[in-house]
Write a protein that binds this ligand. Structure first.
Ligand code: DLL
Length: 426
């Protein structure tokens, strides 16, 4: 077995014991040091000293993003600012960005966890890792930067830059691993093709993509265009950033760092646990964070969990690809649709390109969805009709499709904005 994964191949009984000890320490710490949790625990009649099993955690209420906002910026910290050595923040795609703090130990743990994600995705000491996430408050860039350094790989901290510049550096520095969002990777792949750079002539071997939802079809397309092995990784700033979960080369789900996080999957309506294999909302409790532990944080991200063994030897449970967020769920004419489902169909159709946006409008009290997708032949009516029929049969609801010329939709260097919601409430 690969020695680097020993920490991730623990016997599950031992793992659960470790989780219980760490959970007890975390709950004791927040009960002592964070007034918000002190109040919450008291209201629930819960005393951290009374924790007997992991299931006891369910006696506690969930923590919402709103709670973090109400206590922004430092109210959720369990240590004084003197012990905080870094502050990052959420990307704030759904409202005010909230601060997240790290102690020196937190930074060390975070680096270890992202190093794991890199190793799982095929990266080693000899790799040249190009980080194309924006360096700033966003956790993606610093997380991967530190993780790659921890691993002993060579980091190229390009940050956000034009596709031309990213490509120039990819080629000149012979980067072997690319770290960014899948949508940005697609922009780079297309720019390479436009610039006449044959992907096979680059040194790229691995792509570690995350921070936004994407589909298997998108993976296939990225792998073919960039000639690399693409893995998915997931995390959120509120619980520390990337490093929460990442795919191994089997690519059958994302291994959760269960020795540092307790992940529950619950029904988003009732908050009751759902069985393994059933899609529900991920609720995360940090087990080792010092500066800002979070208890039962509602991610609003939808995925399922499996504890079945993985061929790679890791025993850590796996989550499925994140299908989307509960708040991205589009209710179009009463049908429930995720943007990633639309993406999967668009990428399978010959003649359309993986750049699209979904425009939602409300006309005469009814929701209407318009899918705008780039095509090599935007005037091709037969193609347009066939995309509409494919979408209708896969989604169970009809949407209007508009084909637009290549390179007309906005490209992002970070998280893509796929949905433009022009509906007014009511
Ligand atoms: O996006 C942390 C991160 C950075 C993860 C780099 C992976 C790589 P936030 O900006 O707080 O943190 O956004 C978190 O992004 O709740 C999900 O909705 C979404 N998300 C993150 N990774 C994935 C993924 C970072 N692999 C929010 N698939 C989360 C789908 C993802 N959605």
């Amino acid at each position: 077995m690969n020695v680097q994964i020993d920490g991730e191949a623990m016997d599950r009984k031992a793992l659960e014991q470790l989780q219980l000890e760490r959970l007890e320490a975390t709950l004791n710490r927040v009960q002592r040091s964070v007034p918000f949790y002190q109040r919450r625990f008291a209201e629930a009649g819960f005393d951290a000293e009374g924790l007997r099993s992991l299931a006891d955690l369910r006696r506690l209420p969930v923590t919402e993003k709103r709670d973090l906002r109400d206590n922004h910026p430092y109210g959720m910290f369990a240590v004084t600012l003197r012990d905080v050595v870094r502050v990052n923040a959420s990307s704030g795609t759904t409202g005010l960005a909230t601060a997240v703090g790290y102690t020196r130990n937190d930074l060390r743990t975070w680096s270890d966890l992202v190093a794991r994600v890199l190793v799982a995705g095929g990266v080693g000491k000899d790799d040249v890792v190009q980080v194309a996430f924006d360096y700033g408050l966003f956790t993606g860039a610093f997380g991967f930067h530190q993780g790659a350094e921890r691993l002993g790989a060579s980091v190229i901290p390009v940050s956000s830059a034009s596709a031309r510049r990213q490509l120039g550096i990819l080629r000149d520095y012979r980067s072997t691993a690319l770290v960014c969002t899948p949508s940005h990777a697609m922009t780079l792949a297309d720019a390479a093709i436009d610039a006449g750079i044959r992907p096979g002539t680059l040194s790229l071997r691995f792509g570690l993509f995350g921070a936004e939802p994407w589909s298997e079809s998108m993976r296939a397309e990225l792998q073919a265009k960039l000639k690399l092995v693409a893995t998915d990784n997931y995390g959120l700033s509120e619980v520390g950033g990337p490093g929460l979960a990442g795919e191994c080369l089997e690519r059958q789900g994302l291994h959760v760092a269960e020795d540092h996080f307790l992940v529950e999957v619950v029904d988003p309506e009732t908050l009751e646990p759902v069985p393994d294999g059933t899609v529900g909302e991920l609720v995360v409790t940090t087990l080792t964070r010092e500066a800002m532990p979070v208890v039962r944080f509602r991610t609003h991200d939808l995925a399922s969990l499996t504890r079945a063994p993985c061929a790679c030897g890791r025993t850590m449970a796996r989550i499925s690809r994140v299908k989307g967020r509960t708040d991205d769920l589009l209710i179009v004419k009463g049908a429930r649709v995720f943007p990633s489902e639309i993406e999967a169909v668009l990428l399978e159709v010959e003649g359309t390109e993986p750049h699209y946006e979904i425009v939602l409008e409300r006309r005469e009290g009814k929701d209407e969805a318009l899918v705008r997708v780039e095509a090599t032949q935007p005037g091709d009516e037969a193609l347009r009709g066939s995309v509409e029929r494919r979408l209708a049969s896969e989604l169970g609801v009809s949407v209007v499709v508009e084909l637009v010329a290549s390179r007309t939709l906005a490209r992002s260097e970070g998280k893509a904005r796929r949905v433009v919601d022009r509906r007014r409430p009511g």
